[in-house]
Structure formats: C-alpha cells, structure tokens
Design a protein around this ligand. Structure first.
Ligand code: ADP
Ligand code: ZN
Ligand code: ZN
Length: 742
C-alpha cells in the first residue's frame, strides 16, 4: 500500500511559516488526519515530542522517504482557532490559486520579535465639572485642539496619546501647557499593545424604529433557534445600520460568542470606532494599517486568549483567531477594498461566508448600494434581504439631487468648472455660513503634463502611464514612484510650451479660491493626508468648521457625519465612468449615491448637484433619483449581455515578465492551450490582451479572460493551466502567472 505523508509546520506564530517538515502518516491515523489537524511529532536529534499543524497531505515526500519519521499522535484538546484558520488557508489556496505559503501568510499573523512598547496615555486630573469649565474656556478662546481633547475626556477619562496626536490633531506644544496647569497628566503604561483603551462605557441604546426592529427580531429568532444564515441589509446612508449592528453584536456576545466587524479602512474613523467602544468598552479591539506588525500580532493574541470579544478592522481582521466566532459583520459590503490585491486574490465577502459556515457563525452584510454580487444572491434567496429606506434621525431627510449637463453649459458660454447652478448655490450657502463639499470622483488625480506643440504627454520610463504633477515642481509616477523635476521644455521636441492638463484636486482648489476668495477651503487628497492621521485631521477640522468648503476625492464621502453640509457638488461625474473596467458603471453609481448621502444629514435641507457630460447614462440617472432597484436592473442587463460577473464567472489570468517577446510567446501558448481545453466546456475566451497599464516597473503584463457561468469549471481549467505551466518550464521560466476570480 502506498504511503502518505503529512506536510507539517511546527510553530505557526514564530518562525517563517514556509518551513515545513514531512512526516509519515501511520496507517491507523489516515482517516483522521486532514489539513488543520494538530499532531504530535518527534522533532530534532533528541526526538522530543512537539506539536505541529498539518498544512498539506501528499503521496510524494519532498525528501528521502527513509529519513522521514512518523507522526506520533493527534492532539485532542479540542479544535483550536489556528486549526480552523489553517483549514481556511487550504480553502483559499484551492479556491483562488496560490501556494499554501501565500495562503498561510494571509491567515496567520507572524510573531514579531519585539518587546511590548510602553504606551503613553493622557489622564484627566479634573472632575467632570472642572472639565466642563475648561472646555468652555477653551471654546471661548477658540483653542480648537483643546476643545477636542476636553470634549473627548468628558466621556473617556483616559485617552491614548497616539489617538490624541494622530486622530485629534493635538500637538505636543498644545498638550504641554495643560500638563503644567495640572489639567491632565501624561502616563506611561506597559501594556499589551492595545491601540485604544477606554474606561467608561456610556453610549446609550436608542429605541429602534420599526424597520430596524424587524431586522433585529428576525436575526434573534434565527439565532436562538440555532439557525446561522447570511443577511443583507440594504439601507440608505444614515438609515441606522450601525445601530442595528450593535444590537446584533450584543445578542451574540451575550451568548459568549465572538464577533468580527469589517469596516473599510477609509471609514474607520475616530467617530465610528468610538461608537463601538462607547457601547462595548474594552471588549473591543481594533486593527488598522497604522498598527505595527507587533501591535497587530498582540491584538490577535488577545483575541486568541479571549481577552476581547469584538474585533473591528479592515479586510485582514477577518482572520482574527477567535475560537468561538458567532458573527461576522461586513459594513459597506460593496467596497472595492474588500478584494485583496495580492495573491491569493480573495474577496472578504466570500471568505467570510466560508469561515462563517465552517465555524457555525452568522454573516451580516450592510450597504446603501449593495454589490451586484450580494444583491443577486439576496434576490435568489441565498441571503435574507432587509431594507431600511428612511433616515433614522428625526428631521433628517434626503437631499434634493439635480443633474447639470456640462455640454449645455459650454454651449451657453460658461467655461468654468462650476455650472451656473452650482455657483449660485455655493454663493448662497457661503452667505448662510453652511458648509459645502466638492467631490471629484476619481482615485488620485490626473494632473499630467503635455506639450502643446507636439502633443506628447510626459510618461514614466518604467511604466505605461503619464507622470503626475505635484506642487508645480515635481513629476511623480503613481505606479512606481519615479520622480523627475518639472522640465522647462518638452523632452520630445524641446518646445517650451508644456503645461499641465486635467483636473486635479489642487487645481480645483485654486479655481475655487479664485471664484470664492472669501471662502476657507480644505483639501483632502493623497498629498494632504500623507502623514499619520492626516485624513482624520482634515475631517475633524472640517467638522469643527475650520473650513467652509471641503474639496476631495472619494476619501471625503466616507465616515464622518457633517450636520452642516447642505450642498454637495460632484464636479465631473463622468470621471469614474470612463475607466477601462466593467465595474465602472457600478462604481459611479456607488460614489454618486454616497456623495449625495453626505448632504442634509441634519434638519437643514440639502442639495446635490451632479455635473456631467453624460446626463443620460443610467448610472447617473438612477443615482440622481436614488433608485437602486432601477440601477440594478439596467446594470444586470449589461452584465448578462457581456457575460460579466455576477451573470457569469470570470477568471482573469495575468502573465507578467521583464522580457516582452518571451511574454508574448508564453501568453499565446497558454491562450491556445486554454482555448483547446475550454471549448468543450463552453468557456468563452478573450485575449491574451495587453493589461490596461501594459508596463509597470519595467514588467510587461498580458491578460487572458475566461468566462463561464459555472465557477467549478473555471477552477478546473485553472488547475489544468497550472499543470501546463509546470510541464513547460521552458515557456514559464521568465513568466509569472497569477489568477484572479471574480
Ligand atoms: P448608517 O450606519 O445606516 O449610516 P447610523 O446607524 O450611523 O446609520 O445612524 C445614523 C444616525 O441616526 C446616527 O446619528 C444614529 O445615532 C441615528 N439613529 C440610528 N438609529 C436611530 C433610532 N432608532 N432613533 C434615533 N436615532 C437613530
Ligand atoms: Zn513636444
Ligand atoms: Zn513608473
């Protein structure tokens, strides 16, 4: 009888996880040992027994079978969180096409050999009354930073120094006089690197409205009956989804189970996080990209030890090693950031579904603009669908949205970036001291430089993109970071007539200043938010009325509540429409709907102006009428026609290489192979074509698209192509192949 071997990692948290050892599986354990099983193995010279995890099973040992030892036994003290995560890693590898190492590195945080740092905290020395007086005093003197601090201290006697500096925008020089006066003191604490520690727990529970109550009741009924399901909450911005999440969390932690809450990084603001802390206190932890690897590791340790019940964070929080997981919540479920950009290219929604199923947990998705994927599943009955169609706060109503045709503006002789209607409303709001948001719906900016004589744009020599002008002095590549000073003449024809084109946030800021010299303007983009907490600082400055107009990209449409914003202007809605991506219509609808949701959060009526060159495009028309259903129907018709997800499965295979001719040959060979095996399976094949950015960092990229309704067929084909590449090392030696399912 043939032998089978187990590939085992000894210590998942310490060393590099890619070190595995082969062990023979004894006959009597063959049934029981699978990926994720914890086993005892004789290790090292002395053959001391150590614990390890099985991460793979194979018939072919990776070294001399005579030297391979046998597994000693199975560890039986229950299924650990790690075992489950390793099984999940196996699923990731199979599903998305990666190596086991890549999958393991995704699900397991690696121990950093650093000592827990000392953390500084700010402790208030004042009692509540003194604090209110200090607050009033600071308000009178317009010490904005102090107001923020005192205000926060009213609810939380202790505030981490880091939060004060990064998120509340307090400088050391603002803190020092307060210490000298004895208002606050600064203490150091040796702590588990817990990024936030708050002592009080004051957030009151609101009385739910009927729409919210229906969701909570349904969930609770299912939960009590032991039914674990997936729920989609389609609720407009401000309809009280977060309030519902908190009730569901409450139910689950009362049952002594744990909860993971995913929130896109850009929406993980102080305001949002504080709501969860206010309700659940120190049982909450948070991870975000600003944490060091060590801090992240510590958060996961605390979760494993059962010190916390709720983990809030972006995509990677999904792998929190809770052992009694009861609920996974995904807010803003439609967000692109839930899709991993590195291998394995998983989508958090799908992995959450798998993890919830493995661990007997419920899954709740929420969005004002559900992804087509989620909504389709809900309509098919795979998810329970709930709707919240009204704003939760009394007196708050939806904004009035109007679409302005920019072609008509031009015809009528208005060449400004502001339509006459937007200009008029801006003047009026500035007069009334109400706030305005100007929104450019694109990632980054397109401030490229081109020559008026020969028409050439200045491009990155390593990447197939134009360089972007920063501060009128440097040209920067947004893909590889390549930087050159702004040239004084055209590199191609030496003409001195070169200038920047395209609308960037900086440019808009200048034009706004010119048009409204009396207005105070804040700008938020990659440049102004570079520093730690820069993003948060600008948002809170705007919330404190330190500006009348906030200009920015999609970053400004998330997170904060600005009750005094009564006008939102979308300057050119077409920008996100004209991207080479089948999701551009969906993204445009989402961005516009979100932008519209920013106006009129409070009692004051709001206006939203959408300026566009394509006023008849359904994404714009339906966003203006705030009609998700109508958008969904039209977009799905397009997806069905074009066989794009979710109407069909789409496998994107990317080939990349430094050697262009080798790349062309290899991609063509793989394409021919895929056509041959795909045809009988009715797979539709497109390509290989050049990627929309063909060259990045001197690496050329080609893409092959495979469409087929049945995912399993695509996975089968992927495996065959993988086999093909292994059997043809001569073709693939210099070519990297990557898979992406959507
Ligand atoms: P969403 O997450 O859908 O954007 P939130 O939960 O943030 O909505 O609620 C929006 C606002 O309405 C918040 O200020 C919240 O405190 C308030 N709110 C939510 N539910 C209720 C309720 N049942 N009664 C009164 N106010 C509510
Ligand atoms: Zn030129
Ligand atoms: Zn570049």
């Amino acid at each position: 009888m043939s032998e089978t071997y187990a590939r085992i990692i000894i210590d998942i948290s310490h060393e590099k996880v890619d070190r595995t050892f082969d062990y023979r599986i004894p006959q009597h354990l063959r049934q029981e040992i699978t990926v994720g099983t914890r086993v005892l193995i004789p290790f090292g010279k002395g053959n001391t027994m150590r614990k390890g995890y099985v991460v793979g099973i194979t018939a072919k040992a990776s070294y001399d079978p005579d030297k391979i030892k046998e597994i000693g036994g199975i560890v039986t003290d229950g299924v650990s969180a790690e075992s489950r995560l390793i099984t999940l890693a196996w699923w990731l590898k199979e599903q998305y096409g990666s190596t086991m190492n890549q999958a393991l590195k995704t699900v397991l945080p690696i121990k950093q050999k650093v000592k827990p740092k000392e953390k500084k905290i700010i402790r208030s020395l004042l009692n509540r009354e003194q604090l209110s007086n200090a607050l009033k005093e600071a308000e009178k003197k317009s010490y904005k930073a102090r107001v923020r601090l005192f205000f926060a201290l009213l609810d939380n006697p202790v505030i981490p120094y880091e939060i004060a500096v990064n998120q509340m925008n307090l400088s050391a020089s603002a803190i020092k006089p307060l210490i000298e006066k004895g208002d606050i003191c600064l203490e150091s604490e040796e702590i588990y690197r817990n990024p936030i520690q708050i002592e009080s727990q004051e957030e009151k529970r609101l009385r739910l409205n009927p729409g919210q109550q229906i969701i909570v009741d349904s969930f609770n009924r299912d939960y009590s009956e032991g039914k674990r399901d997936t729920y989609l909450i389609h609720g407009i911005t401000g309809s009280g989804k977060t309030e519902v999440y908190m009730e569901l969390i409450q139910r689950v932690i009362e049952d002594d189970r744990q909860v993971i809450v995913l929130i896109p990084e850009i929406a993980l603001t102080y305001q949002t996080v504080m709501r969860f802390y206010g309700r659940f206190g120190n049982r909450v932890s948070i991870i975000n990209s600003r944490l060091s690897a060590g801090e992240r590791f510590d958060q996961f340790e605390r979760a494993k030890n059962g010190d916390i019940d709720i983990m809030i964070g972006p995509r990677s929080a999904l792998f929190t090693p809770f052992s009694r997981l009861g609920l996974i919540l995904i807010d803003e479920e439609h967000e692109g950031a839930y899709k991993s950009e590195t291998v394995p290219r998983y989508h958090a929604r799908e992995v959450a579904g798998k993890r919830a199923q493995m661990e007997g947990a419920s899954l709740v998705l929420g969005s004002a603009t559900p992804s087509l994927e989620a909504y389709t599943k809900a309509l098919r009955g795979e998810y329970q669908l709930f709707r919240l169609t009204e704003r939760a706060k009394k007196d708050s109503s939806l904004a009035e949205v109007s679409v302005v045709d920019l072609r008509q503006e031009l015809k009528d002789g208005n060449k400004s970036i502001f339509s006459r209607k937007l200009q008029m409303l801006m003047e009026e709001r500035l007069r009334k001291k109400e706030q305005i948001m100007l929104f450019i719906n694109r990632r980054g900016y397109a401030n490229f430089v081109s020559c008026r004589s020969c028409g050439e744009a200045i491009r990155c020599p390593h990447c197939d993109v134009t360089l972007t002008l920063h501060n009128n002095s440097r040209l920067v590549c947004h893909y590889c970071g390549h930087t050159i000073p702004m040239p004084s003449k055209c590199p191609s024809c030496s003409s001195p007539y070169i200038a920047n084109f395209g609308v960037g946030t900086q440019k808009i800021e200048q034009m706004t200043k010119k048009m409204f010299p009396q207005a105070r303007i804040l700008r938020m983009d990659l440049d102004t938010t570079k520093g730690k907490g820069g993003h948060e600082a600008i948002l809170s400055a705007f919330a404190e009325h330190e500006g009348d107009i906030l200009i920015g990209t999609q970053m400004i449409v998330k997170g904060h509540d600005f009750p005094d914003v009564t006008l939102v202007g979308v300057l050119a809605a077409d920008l996100s429409l004209n991207t080479p991506d089948y999701r551009s219509g969906e993204r445009t609808f989402q961005l516009l709907t979100q932008a519209a949701g920013r106006a009129g959060r409070d009692a004051k009526a709001g206006d939203v102006i959408i300026q566009t060159y394509s006023p008849d495009h359904y994404s714009i028309v339906t966003a203006a009428s705030q009609d998700y259903e109508a958008f969904y129907r039209q977009e799905m018709a397009f997806r069905r026609l074009m066989k794009y997800p979710p109407a069909s499965g789409l496998l994107t295979i990317q080939f990349s290489s430094r050697n262009e001719s080798v790349l062309t040959e290899t991609a063509a060979a793989a394409g021919a192979f895929a056509t041959a095996i795909g045809e009988p399976e009715q797979v539709q094949l497109i390509g290989p074509v050049e990627a929309s950015v063909y060259k990045i960092n001197d690496i050329y990229r080609k893409i092959l698209y495979l469409k087929q309704e049945n995912y399993d067929i695509l996975i089968k084909i992927r495996d065959q192509i993988d086999g093909f590449s292994e059997n043809h090392p001569e073709l693939f030696e210099q070519v990297l192949i990557q898979y992406d399912f959507s």
